[in-house]
Design a protein. Sequence first.
Length: 525
Amino acid sequence: MLPSLALLGSLAWKASVVLVLAHALAMLLRRRSAAERHLLWTAAAVSLLMLPALERSTPPMVVLEASIVQPATQAPPVQTVETSRGWSDYAAPLWAAGFLAIITWQMAGLLLLASYRQRRVPAAAAEALLPRLAGILGLRPGVRVYTNSRVSLPMTWGVFHPVILLPESASEWTTDRMRVVLIHELAHVRRFDFLTQLLAGVARAVYWFHPLAWTAVSAMRREREKACDDTVLTLGVEPAGYATHLLDIAAAGSARPVPASAVPMAQASHLETRIRAALNPSVSRQNPRRVRKAAFAFFSALAVAALVVVKIQAQADYGKLYGAVLDASGAAVPKAVVTVALAGGQRKEITRGGEDGAYAFVMLPAGSYTVEVRKPGFALLSRKDLQLKAGEARQLDLTLEIGRIQETVEVVGKGSTPPPPLASGSPHRIRVGGNVQATKLLYMAKPAYPETLQQQGIEGTVLLEGVISVDGSLLSLRSLNSLVHPELTKAAMDAVKQWRYQPTLLNGKPVEVVTTITVNYRLEK
């Protein structure tokens, strides 16, 4: 599943905090040993990898609101709704393309290293020196040394079963050169540099769009090699002689490219700075103690924890709701007031549609919403339980209905019996919205009150429903209530059938509209 643009944006700014802090600390540690700076960059790489894993699983403790929808006290102008695909729609696929390209490049390097196993030859001269040097560095037996015709530089690879690969020309090396090469490569093994380089490569793939990620991986590689150089020099190797070995090995290995995932000894990219550091007697060459390593791990975890609990809601948890307010003919209803309310009353927003009927809420928290639309001449439109997901851009077009037309007639007769409670009818709507010109009653025949019912003291309310046709006459007239005397219903219907209306106009054309007519029969006290 591709990450959303909101998630990528959240990771980008949090990665910036980690990387800027790492670069600043590296500057402060410039007089410390390369091993300490390498530890710093390793902690930064691990922190970058922890951010995506914890971003969604960790609940927010500090929420930074960044909504651009105005509060419900005023109706802001509608924002332009862009229905075509914008650059944000391509952000996730573009990130995925870059991620896959880098991962594929690194996997190709691993496969190339694996292919070297088929042509490797045990290096007898190196195997003779290896046990003693491994013991000096505190390594357990298990590291193997091979030569390979396809290898141009000494390199280390493997985590559980580390291997040192040497070029075929290693058979011609002096014992001193073989010794310094093995010490250098065993220093990589002791610090698990092959594993940390893989982690840094994955971090660079995830944040390939961030320039500081590339500089961080480059700095980590540079400090890694300088730290191994320091290990060699602390074991009594003369600096000038070691620099000569580096130059000769780099010159001999420049003919072939190095696999992406390998840990080579003497690439030309950082060779000058390494030689300068090797020849500088004032450079610190101490390995960080366990206390310092624990401190780096603790503060890295603390920094990541502080970042993942901070959520920018507008970036991480918000979606977009947009669309148009229309009538039944498909015409736009301008300047309708649209409100959205989050379930539980936690949030309510309001906006007013444009002349083209378009409305938009650019940033809404994910959740269940009730959407309401109000416009004079139309019935209230309410949509409940609208689910909006985080990062979702949902289009919702809303069609308004004409409000119910209702007429009430009072028919008063003589008598002394108090009237009973009036009955009420439920509204009935029809989807005929648009630019509405309301109907008007032109002729009304007043219903008669039957004399016999007046003498009997019978009162009641007759609720009728009909359809005002396009010529203004009433069609399909029927009674909605039955708990009323039939003669009152008949008298009311006989009169109402004669009524005539000015038709309702929608966008200049007459339309049929449902109407409800209430006839109250009551006696004078």
